[in-house]
Design a protein around this ligand. Structure first.
Ligand SMILES: [Zn+2]
Ligand SMILES: [Zn+2]
Length: 310
């Protein structure tokens, strides 16, 4: 639905969104990689390191941050030699929907599909399945175009430091080694969110995200090159370029909405400033990731897959 673009409102909503704050710790590729591995049942430091090819100090750093956020919990086993495993907590298990959306996206568009389960099996209905994004209220399958958005900036999330919201301190290091390896990092997802919300021009995106022109320019060309955005000359003004979503970036919507919802309900305990509504059922949209065979929600303990190494 066409909504007049209000740049100030969009800027305030993005800055106070649970997505933007959530991405401060789930926006770098190494963190996403560790979480994906945790859901594959990889729990020990050396296994995580060899599976994900993460440099040792980076892995230590990410594990510490994930324990601090409360999504992983270390357990010590008194074997010989003693071993330590990292287990998902209840809060961490809440990221399963977002993880399934990453798997589905990687399988379709990514370059690392070989590391991820090729097939998922739903033990409850005894069928192989693809995860699909549905509306929790009515159960219908959803894509971005089925939703309307209202923007309600949340002042309590405007400045998390002031409220002691506990954003972990990993921003400086994380920012320096973020790259588009997975092509799903914080800036990339925020730029896509700005485009989702109707900002199609360079000056609009730089305004709503407060991102410097040099950084934005290099990001936009990376994203255009990897086909996360299309870029065309504006028919009304040949000097301007128009950035649009592509089929692959539209498919990232599932991950974005699941992560944002998790950050809102399980971490910040604050409503998101970007509020989707399902046009067909008129309910506030909350995501539910379901089995495309039986349409039931998916729990990690009911899903099995062939091990990926082999
Ligand atoms: Zn609905
Ligand atoms: Zn099923």
């Amino acid at each position: 639905m066409i909504r007049p673009l209000d740049l100030e409102l969009t800027q305030a909503a993005l800055a106070s969104s649970t997505l933007s704050h959530g991405l401060k710790f789930f926006g770098d590729r190494w963190t996403v990689q560790v979480m994906l591995s945790a859901f594959l049942g990889i729990r020990r430091f050396d296994e995580l390191r060899s599976f994900s090819n993460i440099p040792r100090p980076t892995l230590s750093d990410r594990l510490r941050a994930l324990v601090q956020v409360g999504v992983l919990k270390p357990r010590l086993y008194q074997d010989k030699p003693p071993r330590k495993e990292y287990h998902l907590t209840r809060k961490g298990l809440g990221l399963y929907d977002a993880t399934l959306m990453v798997w589905a996206w990687e399988k379709k568009w990514g370059q690392r599909a070989q590391d991820l389960p090729k097939k998922l099996y739903h033990q409850t209905c005894q069928h192989h399945f693809n995860p699909e994004l549905c509306c929790k209220a009515c159960g219908e399958k959803i894509s971005m175009k089925d939703l309307d958005f209202s923007l309600v900036p949340n002042l309590r999330l405007r400045d998390p430091a002031a409220k002691g919201l506990g954003t972990p301190r990993m921003s400086v290091r994380a920012a320096s080694d973020m790259s588009l390896g997975l092509r799903v990092d914080r800036w990339c997802l925020l730029i896509l969110s700005a485009v989702f919300l109707g900002c199609h021009y360079f000056d609009q995106i730089t305004h709503v995200l407060g991102i410097g022109p040099k950084v934005l320019s290099s990001r936009l060309s990376d994203m255009t090159e990897s086909q996360l955005l299309s870029c065309e000359t504006d028919i009304h003004d040949a000097r301007r370029r128009l950035y649009k979503l592509t089929p692959s970036s539209r498919d990232l919507f599932g991950y974005i909405v699941c992560l944002s919802n998790w950050a809102s309900e399980s971490h910040f305990l604050e409503p998101s400033s970007i509020r989707p509504r399902h046009r067909a059922c008129q309910h506030r949209f909350a995501p539910l990731v379901a089995c495309d065979h039986c349409h039931q929600n998916l729990n990690p303990w009911e899903v099995s897959f062939p091990t990926s190494k082999g």
